[in-house]
Design a protein around this ligand. Structure first.
Ligand code: AMP
Ligand code: MG
Length: 487
């Protein structure tokens, strides 16, 4: 298979990666292939030949033009700096340029050890592979910037975790795999020249319009901060908890990357944490904006040698950009919340209205996703869905009355407003209990529930009667949900 690879990182960034070679899986078998994404990328894939597709997207056969490599990176993990991480269970096959000119990395995840694997096996188990596939496709369908899943292939071997699981490889598509941790690695080990070279590459690849700025590296910092504010506001808006916002898991493209212990919240609680390893709640739902701010401060530090080399005074500007993140985030967040609430213009009291909403949702333990759909139903004169969310019918009556009054001040037809709300508030998200059931069945050899759930979360906004079971939270008596890190 020839994908027309055009490997700019391999060609121009020698010293920033090591060559890598995939392990040979004994019996590759295609689990899922994202034909729509392949088409968007302009990949010529022999769709009828599952065996050939499985061989290529498991690392068994190296496609023509590939230059497999592992990226070097460092990162702050739970606040502690590791100077040596890197792709330990992933390799870049190569870059493709889509028909619209956009450039993407094709990466195999779980394809065996690399120079960066340390004691790890470089492999992935089927559960986390299908989980990332499903959740990243759900995020894409909701318009959240994200890496994508092109293929999932079972390897035919077992990988040992707390017990043995069937192995699999995920093909991940990203607009690049340059992370905050990539900058940290070259800042820590090499200094200004390397950081400048990496920043120049990132600008050329992602944000060519910044190349003409007086200090392009300062402009990069400013731009990446803007993208991270947008990204985390998106996450909060759909109840998503990334779970492991280490700086090596922050892509400078502004895409969500590294779906490990992530999950969506059902009942609203600002301190919600699902990850088994996040005992202190560092990456809890409501802490994500602060952590994004902290991560951007680390990004600024890593960029400083390059910023300083152009103009020493710009170091002060970089500090100001970091100091301004909280306000910048709030601006983006309120815009997103207004859209969720059907508001168009900005009102003086919106911040208080939004704060009270979150207080009420938490007090009453209301399902975060369903609530916004129920609000839109009120505008259609149908209170049944809202009543089903509330512990007693007037639990949120004062807040709803104030929201209603605020809406009326804008004079837009209620039905138009309801339609606009439904276009930004998903009805179907990957609910934890549904994800667990689907992955359990897949591991036992039955992919049907996973395929069905994938179809649902790819269509998050339009209600369908036959999908009623997918719309609600886990039954109240369900056990607390825990997620685990590795693939
Ligand atoms: P993550 O938790 O996915 O952000 O990974 C953190 C670091 O651990 C990265 O450098 C990974 O490449 C590495 N890593 C995680 N799992 C494995 C594994 N099974 N084998 C080798 N390296 C791994
Ligand atoms: Mg990672």
């Amino acid at each position: 298979m020839d994908f027309g690879f055009d490997n700019s990182f391999h060609a121009t960034m020698e010293g920033f990666y090591t060559p890598a070679e995939a392990a040979t899986p004994p019996e590759p078998k295609l689990l899922a292939f994202n034909a729509a994404l392949a088409e968007r990328l302009g990949l010529k894939v022999d769709a009828g030949d599952d065996e050939a597709v499985a061989r290529v997207f498991s690392g068994h056969t190296v496609p023509d033009g590939a230059n497999p490599l592992a990226f070097a990176y460092a990162g702050h993990q739970f606040g502690h700096f590791s100077s040596q991480l890197g792709d330990g269970r992933a390799l870049l096959l190569g870059e493709v340029v889509a028909p619209d000119g956009a450039r993407f990395d094709l990466q195999l995840k779980g394809s065996g050890p690399t120079a960066f694997s340390r004691n790890g096996d470089g492999k992935a188990a089927i559960g986390p592979v299908l989980r990332e596939y499903l959740v990243s496709e759900a995020m894409a369908a909701m318009g959240v910037p994200t890496t994508r899943a092109l293929a999932a292939v079972a390897t035919g071997e077992r990988v040992q975790r707390e017990r043995a699981h069937p192995g699999a490889v995920l093909t991940r598509v990203a607009s690049s795999h340059i992370r905050v941790g990539t900058f940290q690695f070259f800042a820590a080990h090499f200094g200004a020249d390397h950081v400048t070279q990496l920043s120049d590459y990132a600008i050329r690849r992602h944000f060519p319009e910044l190349a003409g700025a007086a200090n392009p590296h300062l402009a990069l910092l400013d731009h990446v901060i803007g993208l991270q504010c947008e990204l985390v506001a998106h996450w909060l808006g759909v109840g998503f908890i990334h779970g492991v916002m280490n700086t090596d898991n922050v892509a400078i493209s502004g895409e969500t990357i590294d779906y490990g212990p992530c999950a969506f919240m059902d009942r609203f609680a600002v301190e919600t944490v699902f990850s088994s390893i996040d005992a202190n709640g560092r990456y809890a739902y409501g802490r994500q904006p602060q952590i994004m701010h902290w991560n951007m401060a680390r990004f600024a530090e890593a960029l400083l040698p390059a910023i300083h080399a152009v103009a020493p005074d710009d170091v002060e500007r970089a500090k100001e950009l970091v100091a301004a993140i909280s306000d910048r985030f709030l601006g983006v967040w309120f815009t997103r919340m207004r859209a969720k609430l059907g508001l168009v213009g900005a009102g003086d009291e919106d911040s208080a209205l939004i704060d009270r909403l979150f207080g009420d949702l938490e007090t009453h333990g209301i399902d975060f996703t369903s609530f916004f759909r129920a609000l839109a139903m009120l505008l259609r004169g149908d209170a049944a869905m809202m009543e089903a969310q509330l512990p007693h019918p007037d639990a949120m009556a004062p807040w709803i009355a104030d929201w209603w009054a605020r809406l009326e001040s804008e004079g837009i037809a209620p039905l138009d407003r309801a339609a606009a709300m439904d276009a930004v508030n998903p009805l179907y998200i990957p609910r934890n209990h549904q994800v667990e059931a689907a992955l359990g069945a897949a591991e036992a050899g039955d992919l049907e529930p996973w395929l069905a759930l994938l179809e649902v979360v790819r269509n998050p906004y339009t209600a369908r009667a036959e999908w009623a079971d997918y719309a609600g939270p886990a039954p109240a008596e369900a056990a607390a949900y825990t997620t685990y890190c590795g693939t």
